[in-house]
Design a protein. Structure first.
Lengths: 231, 231, 231, 231
């Protein structure tokens, strides 16, 4: 089971780099095995070119390494907070992808300006608040997870599968590591589109709600008809 | 005949991805055989890498699948509306290409600012209105086609081979699937150029009409002299 | 001699596409043999992938085809005007490269904002005026050349190896076809840099003249010391 | 030793081009052997494709060539000034990378707007002043180095491993040539992100200092825990 998860997480990390979402080692993907509560994650600061599936690090819910010779990603505590708070997710991705990070740095949520966005994120992509000095001292990475969860106190992590951490960069998630990577790519594209649309019309209104809902539902609702029937 | 059309449509879909106009599965090309009135189109939500010509789905003018094991693109009803209203076209393309979608999301037509535009689109690239809630309920995809056709009530689909659907993304068309793909690429490039020109000069005037006409005519008019003689 | 020139022109056309300066067939390179006054140029509307050296078309100073089965580029009369007016040039390039065309469409010259520019273009990259309806009728492509030459009445084509045609796109030139292609790439890069710098500072001043001159002279002046000694 | 350094410098130059930071020959990397005080540097104006390790030029602290058949980069005196003033650095890189050069041309420092920046540069990326006419005459390239050093009179070259030369382009450095190249890539990415963030919010505040410090320290401080333990 864990071998399978490590392969999945490895492949998802490779895919993340292949999509051009990663500069140097600025990105990491993890996946969770909900039965054993073990998480496999990319090792910290390791090059995407030289990495293999066996380099993936396995940690328990407290972040203790249970398998692997390398240190896990320094962002592991953030991933663990997300798995704890969002029980339906199976994979988490963190990148510093360019356009999503532009919005994160500007502390601006990404409004839903079109159907590309509405197809995948129900409502705007939210931004967290900044961490306080006390929170940074108390555990920077776990508190990064906590302020994401705080931001989602009135949001649904299933229909909004990502967030911008203020002054930092995006986190996305999904049912498994591959889906989380796909959401990371989608977020980057809608960020780039939104930047251009805002430049063309600084007072741009959001997409009318009846169209937002239609697009989200045709892909993700109970009567979804986009794509092929699930086997 | 249909085998030939399926190959053409398949190749045009591959070409669309090769031009960088497609993220994930956000794009589809169709082609029509005017004698049998059958349309071949990309299957819905299928990956461009694994797709083959035999995966293309053939539908009749009402959208009923007459050949193929997969579901057709969810945008099929939009394509069918366009084939019905524009009798001279042989191929239709839908993408969420980045720059054209920026204009679509900003509900701004692309003005003709230069000869790159004038060479291929006669006049601005128009934007549709938004669908009403009633239209969305009555059939989102076919109504998307209907508001495109409505927008062309006083436009000529032959000299303006594309449109921006408000809050959504572009549709283009052409004499055959390959030409429709080419128009999709051209639209993306003129959108990118226009964005930059507008940023350099927010009050930019359109290209003088005598130059617009000259460029369009030298490529597409009765005395066109661009390119090689048609054999 | 002409065989050699055709090869050179062919290779320069390939290089132009390799640099990403060409979409579809929007670009052409020519070269001149000053002794015979013959010009080799890309055929009109032919795909860069399928083109060979033997497809290059050879024309005399009046534009009459003296060798080759295909039609020459429709922009041939523009190239010929430039060869006539600028006796020191050996190659001409026309593209619709994205960033240079943004400035051309905005009818804005590219000011010299930095050393990248100053290294290669002495002073701003100028913009022509628009053609009048009469000039368009009298011969669009040759008049495009004439207004470029008119714009250079008080400029030096050797130290300013390129121009933006208003509402259209750039032309560049050089001592031979390869140099003209290099100038086309340089122009595209300085256009992109200038757009960003102008966005960061709309009232940006030009680079101080003593630095402009220093950079141009260290590369192109009588005591140039950039690069290797010419053999 | 020098053979090893030449290989390192060669590989770093190749890497610089591979990262897309170089157009034509606009970039150079050098490395220093602190024991012999010899510097290996890219030859001037030589193509990245045809270059080999044996083409690297070795100069002494006065810039005299002690090994190699080609001329060293015309920017060699700038590199030498930096090695003289910053005793802890082992590699220097100069590029005209697009986004960093946009800021250099606009004479705007890059403010620390996010953690991507804070992870690698402690505080803003500074801009130099312009050279005076007298300084240009007295030795353009060595004075370029001197005004960088002047700018760092109250800055720490270890925690701020790069600079923008006003109206010109960036220089970066590091413990060895490969690190200097990495800092060049990082600078380009944070410049691009900053441009977008500034466009989204022209009055954007800098990242709160407690987060800036946390990010810099977790990667570079005495208790750094990012990446793997050094062997």
């Amino acid at each position: 089971m864990i071998e399978q998860l490590k392969k999945e997480v490895f492949r998802a990390n490779v895919e993340l780099a292949r999509h051009g979402l990663v500069t140097l080692t600025w990105g990491n993907v993890s996946g969770i095995d909900r039965s054993s509560r073990l998480v496999a994650i990319k090792p910290s600061g390791v090059d995407y070119q030289s990495m293999t599936a066996s380099d993936m690090v396995v940690v328990d819910p407290d972040g203790k390494v249970v398998e692997g010779k390398l240190r896990p990603s320094s962002d592991t505590p953030t991933h663990l907070e997300l798995y704890r708070a969002f029980p339906s997710i199976g994979g988490v991705v963190h990148t510093h992808s360019l356009y999503a990070s532009m919005f994160a740095q500007a502390c601006r949520e990404i409004p839903c300006l079109g159907t590309t966005h509405a197809d995948h994120f129900n409502g705007p992509v939210p931004v967290t608040r900044f961490l306080t000095p006390e929170e940074v001292d108390a555990g920077y990475e776990s508190w990064t997870g906590k302020i994401i969860v705080e931001r989602f106190s009135d949001l649904n992590s299933t229909v909004t599968p990502g967030v911008l951490v203020a002054g930092h960069a995006p986190f996305t998630w999904g049912g498994n590591p591959a889906d989380a990577v796909e959401n990371s790519l989608i977020l980057e594209r809608i960020a780039q589109m939104a930047l251009g649309s805002i430049q063309l019309n600084p007072d741009i209104p959001v997409l009318p709600m009846h169209i937002q809902q239609k697009h989200y539902q045709r892909k993700h609702g109970p009567d979804a008809y986009y794509g092929q029937k699930k086997p």
